[in-house]
Design a protein around this ligand. Sequence first.
Ligand SMILES: Nc1ncnc2c1ncn2[C@@H]1O[C@H](COP(=O)(O)OP(=O)(O)OP(=O)(O)O)[C@@H](O)[C@H]1O
Ligand SMILES: [Mg+2]
Length: 253
Amino acid sequence: MSDLTIKNLCMQFSGVVALDDVSFEVKSGEIFSLVGPNGSGKSTLFNCINGFHRPQKGKIQYRGQSLTKCQPHEVVKLGISRTFQNLQNVPYMTVLNNILIGAHQRITLKETLYRWLTTAQREREEAMALEVMDFLGIANFEQKYLSGQPYGIQKLVEIGRALISQPYLILMDEPAAGMNDQETIEIAKIIGEIRDVLGITVLVVEHDMNLVMKISDRVCVLDSGHVLALGTPEEVKQHPEVIKVFLGEQAHA
Ligand SMILES: Nc1ncnc2c1ncn2[C@@H]1O[C@H](COP(=O)(O)OP(=O)(O)OP(=O)(O)O)[C@@H](O)[C@H]1O
Ligand SMILES: [Mg+2]
């Protein structure tokens, strides 16, 4: 079954074509990776899916329902959450409270205020946050202020905030960026468990091709806003256009 359908999506910013007729489907239970050079439109696509941008053309459907006119909080309510390339953490709050922010993304401001006044609700959400922190292996950091914590921990908190809304589909924008080798191995394991243990479909943007090849069921390669290749990691790796784009990138590095 298809969870997410992107059809003929076009997005321009005053003449800059960020997405050019992009189409693909993410199946339920997949780990689907989106790769491509800097500026190829990966984050723009996430911003279109989660309601930050309104694409000029095309369709985005989640389990048959159109997302193209949804506000970000409505997208979360439908069961899609995301992490950000530039972390959206609040450094002067504890790890627990940073994760709890995600529990309030599904509800209105009035409901949020009511919930903060309701001890039982607050306790339920804290218990859920603890489960998420346990799952991510950061339960020891619960009452620590995020400021000053290692970058790897901050990246996990970003994931935790997306998980606490109990999504069916998670969008992860460069989860391994800035991570060392050991942390990248840990992230690969966590992404696998998000799908296998929590049963969440994963759409991930990543530059680390070793990680992408290891974790993905399918990979879509974007180049200058259009789909260059789409297939299994093996198929994509051998695609002549992909070799050209990625070898070209390395040659200019
Ligand atoms: N809000 C915006 N206003 C104007 N142009 C934008 C905006 N967001 C993205 N762009 C442009 O759209 C193109 C795609 O950008 P995008 O951030 O989606 O790329 P990306 O693939 O995520 O790159 P990276 O790997 O560096 O994160 C770029 O040319 C970028 O400058
Ligand atoms: Mg990006």
